[in-house]
Design a protein around this ligand. Structure first.
Ligand SMILES: [Zn+2]
Length: 191
C-alpha cells in the first residue's frame, strides 16, 4: 500500500564527529550534526554507520552500500534515514571525509569533520515505514525513511566500504502488511 506524506525537513550541517570501529561497522557521531523533522517531530542526528550490501531492497534491487543516519529525540524516539550508494563515475568528494574514517582499526576511535548534509541525494523523496532497528536491541517504533534516489560514488569508494566490513547487513524482512509511504517531493513532478 502506498500513501503520500509531506517531505521530511532535513537540516544537517558541518560538524566534528567522533568515529569508532565497533567491530560491526564504522560509526561517526557528530557533536552537533543538525536535525530532521518528520510529521511534526524533530530529531537530532545522533550517528551514521553503514551496511554492505544494503538492508533494504527497492523493486528487487539491492545496493552495495546502505548508510544509516540515526536520529533521536530527548525522550527516546528514533528515526533512521537510509541512503543507498551506487557505483559509477569519479570519486564523490562529499563522501571523502567519512570514507577516510573507514580505515579506523577495530576498537579504536578517531575524529573527523564531516558535512552531513552533503552526503544526501538532492532528491529528498523517501520511502517510509515503521519497523525495528536492524541491529540489536531491535527497538520497535522506529520510523524509517529510505531515499528513493541512490547517491553515486566511485567503485573505489564502494570498495573502501566493502573492505572495512562486508556482509554486515541483516537479511531483508518481508513487510508483513506494513504501510509504505512515499514522500511527495515538491521538487519532483511525478514518481
Ligand atoms: Zn544500520
Amino acid at each position: 500500500m502506498l500513501a503520500d506524506a509531506p517531505d521530511p525537513v532535513i537540516q544537517y550541517g558541518d560538524s566534528a564527529a567522533s568515529v569508532v570501529n565497533n567491530g560491526h561497522t564504522i560509526q561517526a557521531s557528530p557533536a552537533r550534526g543538525g536535525t530532521i523533522s518528520v510529521s511534526g517531530t524533530t530529531y537530532a542526528l545522533s550517528q551514521i554507520h553503514f551496511h554492505a550490501p544494503s538492508e533494504h531492497v527497492v523493486n528487487g534491487n539491492s545496493y552495495p552500500v546502505e548508510v544509516h543516519f540515526v536520529n533521536t529525540t530527548a525522550d527516546g524516539k528514533v528515526a533512521v534515514l537510509g541512503v543507498f550508494l551506487t557505483p559509477g563515475g569519479a570519486d564523490n568528494p562529499a563522501w571523502d571525509s567519512y570514507i577516510k574514517t573507514l580505515a579506523t582499526p577495530k576498537s579504536l576511535s578517531e575524529s573527523a569533520k564531516i558535512n552531513f548534509a552533503s552526503l544526501l541525494p538532492a532528491d529528498r523523496s523517501t520511502f517510509r515505514y515503521g519497523g525495528s532497528l536492524t541491529t540489536p536491541p531491535c527497538t520497535e517504533g522506529v520510523s524509517w525513511l529510505v531515499f528513493t534516489t541512490a547517491v553515486q560514488v566511485s567503485q573505489q569508494q564502494i570498495d573502501a566500504f566493502v573492505h572495512a566490513y562486508d556482509h554486515n547487513n541483516r537479511p531483508v524482512e518481508p513487510l508483513d502488511g506494513r504501510t509504505i509511504t512515499i514522500d511527495h517531493s515538491t521538487t519532483k513532478a511525478a514518481h
